[in-house]
Design a protein around this ligand. Structure first.
Ligand SMILES: [Mg+2]
Length: 300
């Protein structure tokens, strides 16, 4: 499905270039010129961060112009875990999760949005407890509190808590989202447009979500090319909410060397669309070769 998605996205880019039109125009036009993003800080690379580390990472993102941040609270290395394979969080783990995000809320104040990701690792008991526990922190969302598959559990958690529940990065094709929206009733849908079936399929998912009055907030862990391809879809639908953005994409030189774009990557927490044909981002083959995996043949 990921390969199909890549080919589909490339065909939108090629078609846009052939017709001299940006992809958002092929998708029916744009509702907006720029797309709000939330910042995934680099904290997920740290081992056993403490609440102060979370607060500092959030402050750093806000100081760079972001209006929303996301933090991971699942941690297989938490010393308070009693068992390597069981994912029932202990009370000490729950305290760690709460204290980390409470420190973020205290640092950034009430008007910066905070997303929290559990990566679909914990069991239903833990997912339900975390969603309730986080209610006073007024999250923008709690993401994948339990594994992606069981619609009934998502329904239970979503109905039990006032914390908005977000899911969808592990679903595929528009039809795959129907039960998540109609039965689980999740609050926010987050397809990954680099693996869900493509840009056209992403737009169909957004429109499907809109029938349920659900905001569209895509998952995005690709390169700047992937981010901008996703942004064209985000621009083309009314219910776009916010897009994921990796702060490393802006701070690590590698990500700028492998593409060419005629604008800054990010402006005060927004991705600004290009009016160039296609996605508007060109591959820089020299840059790609520089960072290619040694010993693996280069595709070009
Ligand atoms: Mg996630």
């Amino acid at each position: 499905m990921a390969v199909l998605t890549a080919v589909e996205a490339a065909l939108w880019d090629l078609t846009g270039k052939a017709l001299g039109l940006p992809v958002y125009q092929l998708l029916g036009g744009k509702y907006r010129d720029k797309c709000r993003v939330y910042c995934d800080t680099e904290l997920y690379t740290a081992t056993n961060p403490v609440p102060d580390d979370y607060a500092k990472a959030a402050r750093g993102a806000v100081n760079r112009g972001y209006t929303a941040v996301k933090f991971d609270i699942d941690d297989a290395r938490d010393p308070n875990k009693f068992d390597r394979y069981n994912w029932t969080a202990s009370n000490a783990e729950l305290d760690r999760m709460y204290n980390a995000i409470a420190a973020v809320r205290k640092e950034v104040g009430p008007n910066i949005d905070i997303c929290v990701d559990m990566h679909g690792r914990y069991d239903a008991t833990t997912g339900r407890r975390v969603a309730k526990m986080m209610e006073p922190l007024n999250l923008m969302w709690l993401e994948e509190p339990v594994p992606a598959d069981n619609i009934d559990v998502y329904k239970t958690i979503t109905q039990e808590t006032s914390t908005p529940i977000c899911a969808g990065e592990n679903f595929y094709l528009a039809y795959g989202y129907t039960r998540l929206l109609s039965e689980a009733g999740i609050d926010i849908v987050m397809p990954d447009l680099q693996k869900c079936g493509g840009l056209g399929e992403g737009q169909r998912i957004a429109n499907l979500a809109n029938l349920y009055y659900v905001p569209f907030s895509p998952h995005m862990v690709g390169s700047f090319l992937g981010a901008m391809a996703t942004a064209h879809v985000c621009a083309s639908v009314p219910n776009f909410h916010i897009l994921e953005w990796q702060t490393l994409s802006d701070t690590e030189p590698k990500w700028k060397e492998i593409v060419q774009y005629d604008k800054p990557f990010i402006e005060k927490g927004f991705l600004v669309l290009s009016d160039k044909p296609g996605v508007g981002v060109e591959i820089n083959e020299e840059g790609l070769k520089k960072y290619a995996m040694p010993g693996v043949p280069f595709f070009a």
